[in-house]
Design a protein. Sequence first.
Length: 256
Amino acid sequence: MSVAEASNKCDQDCKTEAGSYFDIIKFKLSEIDSARRLPNNNIFNRYYCHRPNLQYLTFELKESWDYSTEQYWFPKLDFLTELENLNVGFESSNTNDSGSFAAINRPWDFHFPSSLKKLWFVDFPLTSDSLSTIARLPNLEELYLYRTIIKGGEWNMGEEYTFENLKFLKFGKVALAKWEVGEESFPALEKLKLQGCCDLEEIPPSFGDIYSLKIIKLEESRQLEDSAMKIREYAEDMTGGDELQVVGWKNIPLFK
């Protein structure tokens, strides 16, 4: 899924009850160095200082040719205090890769507003520290990762990782092989969707302890079916009911 496709999908999901769309601005940083040269991240302030009520934002970052330790790699967005939906894409200088080696190993300096409810990352390289920052967003309800490369192919979620209000988590072709989830990592999760996650060995068994979880959806990830079924069986034994469903394409129930 491209940034544009993800944006269109998010557009469909962002209608208000009155049928109107959230305020939308799309902005592409074609040269990240230009942002670095501007103090206090003024490149974004200049565009958005007159739009403090912005609720939906889509933009794309293009990889810089010069990787240094300068601070303003990712634009600070915490001044957008009413922002609820954010869609960010990453364009590598190497067109054959989702993210360069330097970007994969670089911790992002994220500054998100606490108002954020939906977050989309497309072709974005992330580290454990970056994911920890995302986990601290108090109102985040939906997280979508598409073609994301996670450093080392492992995500070990200890006690410091708690997505307090996350209800929907979707991985699409995420480069992740091993995933460890703590008992309190996703206390409010209702739906987990894994699409094309060919590297992932199994769904962490601790998902069976998330009583709010209602749906595990698998697409193009047949190797995960066994672990998904074990999670469902465990949940049934613990609750005495069949509230947790495991489904595939077009929400067709999966059976083993």
